[in-house]
Design a binder for this molecule. Structure first.
Ligand SMILES: C[S@@+](CC[C@H](N)C(=O)[O-])C[C@H]1O[C@@H](n2cnc3c(N)ncnc32)[C@H](O)[C@@H]1O
Length: 199
């Protein structure tokens, strides 16, 4: 767990309950609200390190679970991991061959922050577009996507782009996000297909 964590109630709860990150409670909240993950789902988690979403995914489905991150993910029972960059298109075939049918794509990925707000926002939106493109390349029709984003310039364009490919798209703010954070989750249900423009 990162030393940058403030030892607040959510952090202490994660330690007590054996999760690798406080982020676990964000996915739990999303699951409580939207009931997206079913027990037969095969789940791909993009930007998965240190692995608390993978832990929650593993607890929630009996299907396959795969995590990808730039950083190595310490082994988790029943979870496959790849160290790699989600913008590398070769990982799409690898994900499909490990998972077979992909029914859920999760992404809590965020770029390293520089402190320059508009630069960081543009990079976060760019990463979101990559996540959307990855999801569209691997998801089964009817599948679901949850991805982290940040409110600000171009967020509404990313949301509109997501709406072109899913029947229902909602946004969700987690109680476990840090105070004052512009972090917001896009919850996109029932994938209907992507245009070639995203590939
Ligand atoms: C907030 S952390 C994810 C926490 C994770 N959901 C958990 O529960 O443990 C964001 C992650 O996104 C990853 N990331 C950022 N850009 C990435 C990229 N291009 N490819 C893969 N992972 C990336 C970072 O390495 C970082 O580990």
């Amino acid at each position: 767990m990162g030393s940058q964590w403030k030892k607040d109630a959510t952090y202490l709860r994660a330690v007590r309950e054996g999760y690798r990150s406080r982020a676990a409670y964000k996915l739990k909240e999303i699951q409580e609200r939207f009931h997206l993950i079913r027990e037969t789902d095969n789940i791909l988690d993009l930007g998965a390190a240190p692995g608390s979403w993978l832990q929650v995914a593993r607890e929630t489905t009996r299907g396959r679970v795969l995590g990808i991150d730039l950083a190595p993910i310490a082994p988790l029972e029943g979870v496959t991991t790849i160290t790699g960059d989600l913008t590398d298109h070769r990982l799409r075939d690898e994900a499909r061959s490990i998972l077979g049918t992909v029914t859920i794509v999760l992404s809590d990925a965020s770029p390293k922050l520089s402190g320059n707000r508009s630069y960081d926002q543009a990079r976060a939106i760019g990463l979101g577009e990559e996540v959307l493109s990855f999801a569209c390349a691997v998801l089964k029709p009817g599948g679901h996507l949850v991805m982290k984003s940040f409110q600000g310039e171009d967020f509404s364009a990313l949301l509109a782009e997501t709406r072109q490919h899913f029947l229902s798209v909602r946004t969700f703010r987690s109680r476990a996000s840090r105070k004052g954070s512009s972090e917001i989750y896009i919850v996109a249900r029932n994938y209907v297909g992507c245009s070639g423009a995203l590939e």
